[in-house]
Design a protein around this ligand. Structure first.
Ligand SMILES: *Cc1c(COP(=O)(O)O)cnc(C)c1O
Length: 384
């Protein structure tokens, strides 16, 4: 029986994995080596130098390909290094259409690095995918989608964007960091390329920084592999081991993230001091129907705004939390809280960020997998 026909939970554990060839180790060893002995020049066992390939990284890359329903996985030193590799597929004069409510680091990479190399970016609200066609011209090479978006939790219809991309022969890349393949499979919905900050849910334990790409097409995989090796921002073997270990519990973690997220979203929505809760599981969420269609659950990422939109009050709430840790990042087993206006989005001018909904009192939660009653008690006490 091919392991690729297994269901998701089984693939998270077995997909693309074989016992190690040397001694049958069930977990791939951490091959902490830069180079490999050759018996004669060019005669080796498939590995020559660890920038080009390393057995621990290969084991992780096969697992990534399997769980995203792709064929080829590539692991990078960070999520941004993975996006950087995608952008190196392009040439000066090429154009990219990207979601507007974008991870700040991706926005910085696009606008501060690749714009300077002559690539043009259009940042577009894709909640109605038809508007994308207004920005397509003969120079358009790539559509870049993040869904759910950060921190506003907008949902973009991947299948509809994929139809537009196919019609115009443009590549579609999806940043699947927030949803993970447990909740959403962009390649099955027609995307050409999936990207992850494996730092977040894939690793899942806030102990590693890593990025990943997964594709189906051999040609595209070859080009990306060439860039990975030529530019060299590869993931190290220890980190690959940690993320592989994380992936083996992705499904159980995500199930609990979703359950705890739902309970907390409802608690916040019912709280008299809360003005608005952004979570795609609510029927009132403007993109709820798309979320239901393309996602298996609604995840553990929630943003909310207190009544009166008071900056100081929001700061006080995040300072008073005890079980939630005030920190950047997301997707770990522990619950985190962030204040986008003063943290992740502080570099964006107030008027700019408020246009996308990042107001002074917005608080973002990455709901972990602790006892949800403890999380709710913590929020109740901090909100007061
Ligand atoms: C964190 C993050 C990134 C960047 O990944 P790093 O691993 O921090 O480089 C990209 N996209 C999203 C949605 C993220 O949350």
């Amino acid at each position: 029986m091919s392991k690729e026909n297994l269901r998701f939970n089984s693939k998270a554990i077995h997909g693309g994995q074989e016992p190690d060839k040397a001694y049958g180790a069930v977990m791939p060893p951490i091959y902490q080596t830069s180079t490999y002995a050759q018996s004669s020049p060019g005669a080796h066992k498939g590995f020559e130098y660890s920038r080009s390939a390393n057995p621990t990284r290969t084991a992780l890359e096969n697992s990534l390909a399997s769980i995203e329903n792709g064929k080829y996985g590539l692991a990078f030193a960070s999520g941004l290094a993975a996006i950087d590799a995608v952008m190196k597929l392009l040439q000066p004069g090429d154009e990219v259409i990207s979601t507007n409510d974008l991870y700040g680091g991706s926005y910085r990479l696009f606008s501060k690095i690749f714009e300077g190399f002559g690539i043009k970016f259009h940042f577009v609200n894709m909640e109605n995918p038809a508007v994308i066609e207004n920005y397509i011209n003969t120079n358009t090479r790539l559509i870049w989608v993040e869904t759910p978006t950060n921190p506003m939790m907008n949902i973009i219809d991947i299948a509809q964007v994929a139809n537009i991309a196919k019609k115009h022969k443009v590549l579609l890349g999806v940043d699947n960091t927030f949803a993970t393949p447990y909740l959403q499979l962009p390649l099955d919905l027609g995307a050409d390329l999936v990207m992850h900050s494996a730092t977040k849910y894939m690793g899942g334990h806030s102990d590693v920084v890593m990025g990943a790409l997964v594709v189906k097409d051999k040609d595209l995989a070859d080009k990306l592999y060439f860039i990975q090796n030529a530019s060299g921002a590869v993931a190290g073997p220890m980190d690959c081991f940690l993320v592989l270990r994380g992936i083996k519990t992705l499904h159980v973690r995500m199930q609990r993230h979703c359950e705890n997220g739902a309970a907390i979203a409802k608690f916040l929505a019912d709280h008299p001091k809360i003005e608005k809760v952004y979570w795609p599981g609510f029927k009132s969420h403007p993109n709820h129907e798309i979320a239901k269609k393309q996602m298996k659950g609604f995840g553990g990422m929630i943003s909310f705004v207190t009544k009166g939109n008071n900056y100081q009050e929001a700061i006080k709430i995040v300072e008073n939390l005890k079980v939630f840790t005030l920190a950047e990042s997301l997707g770990g087993v522990e619950s985190l809280a962030g204040h986008p206006a003063s943290m992740t989005h502080a570099s964006i001018p107030k008027e700019e960020r408020e246009k996308t909904g990042v107001v002074d009192a917005l608080i973002r939660l990455s709901v972990g997998i602790e006892d949800v009653e403890d999380l709710i008690d913590d929020l109740r006490r901090a909100i007061g």
